[in-house]
Design a binder for this molecule. Structure first.
Ligand code: MTE
Length: 309
């Protein structure tokens, strides 16, 4: 009823404007002002236009939507795999602003729906490999993180990009328990963040991102372990120094800042040599950089990947 009433109001507004013979200028002003307003709900599905057929897509079978959206890690909503979907129902991801500051010339706070007007959306079908040794293939929808970073104009001092998740225990009940240092934080080196494989996702499987997958905005860096893919981001800060990352603070000997998928470096408590693709019976070998070595190995030339894990 509420949505229909809004549609009706919108239509009658436009109808009044046109029937009064108002020129295109005012009409676009009316439309423009409406669409620039931060909204309290995701834009309707028809506005999720995106290009398909990226050269980065894997042709491997996609993990079913049901598994992608019901087997999750999102400790802000609980530590069991089925808790995020159950406990994030009703999570309000609109209105939502993203602040970008630090070593940039154009610091800004922007409404999340403005980002999807600035940057054309693309589908990227990527493998995702969790540090727990399971994996999925997910058709994300998003835009290159580098496009946003270019827009804020990093200064010459910027070397890293730090990300922060929303902190709001009222809306994220898992934050009431001290299982991690809240808010969840992550980081990338600036050149990693500028790599065209790194995207900010706003959707998956042709739909807006479900809350349990990190609505309204999450990072996807497919050559790294899944925990680098920080969800529900409210802040991006460019820094001169390497920022902390939640899991490497929680267990420095188990989770590194780089966290590149590497079958040759085991987790202290399990092998990283193979993985369980969700929906498959037999384990499969884990690939260096999760199969993206051709694209990203050059970023780490000369680095000892056993030391910088
Ligand atoms: N981001 C936040 N804020 N909180 C989390 O607990 N879990 C991480 C990552 N991003 C996590 C997070 C881990 S461990 C993984 S494997 C992926 O999200 C899981 O993403 P998915 O549930 O969409 O598959």
């Amino acid at each position: 009823m509420y949505r229909r009433r809004r549609e009706f109001l919108k239509d009658s507004l436009l109808f009044t404007a046109t029937s009064l013979g108002v020129g295109g200028g005012l009409l676009s002003l009316v439309k423009g002002r409406r669409s620039d307003q931060p909204s309290s709900e995701p834009p309707d599905a028809s506005r999720l236009d995106f290009a398909t057929g990226s050269t980065y897509d894997t042709r491997e079978a996609k993990t079913p939507y049901r598994d992608v959206t019901s087997y999750n890690n999102f400790y802000e909503f609980g530590v069991d795999k089925d808790e995020p979907a159950a406990r994030s129902r009703g999570f309000q991801s609109r209105p939502w602003t993203l602040a970008i500051d630090g070593e940039v010339s154009q610091a800004m706070t922007v409404d999340v729906d403005q980002l999807t007007r600035w940057f054309p959306l693309e589908e990227r079908v990527y493998r995702m490999r969790c540090v727990e040794a399971w994996s999925m293939v997910i058709p994300w929808i998003g835009f290159p993180l580098g496009d946003l970073l270019k827009r804020v104009e990093p200064t010459s001092r910027a070397r890293y990009v730090a990300f922060t998740t929303l902190y709001d225990p009222q809306r994220m009940p898992g934050q009431a328990a001290h299982v991690l240092d809240w808010p969840y934080v992550e980081g990338l080196r600036l050149d990693e963040a500028m790599h065209p494989l790194a995207i900010l996702a706003v959707g998956l499987y042709g739909r807006w991102l479900p809350s349990q997958n990190g609505a309204p905005l999450r990072l996807v860096v497919p050559w790294k372990y899944g925990f680098k893919g920080i969800k529900s981001i409210v802040k991006i800060r460019l820094t001169a120094e390497q920022p902390p990352s939640t899991w490497s603070v929680a267990g420095p000997s188990e989770y590194g800042f780089y966290a590149n998928v590497n079958p040759a470096v085991d987790h202290p408590r399990w092998s990283q040599g193979t993985e369980r693709r969700i929906g498959e019976l037999r384990r499969r070998p884990t690939l260096p950089f999760n199969g993206y070595a051709d694209q990203v190995a050059g970023l780490y030339a000369g680095m000892d990947l056993r030391r910088f894990f």
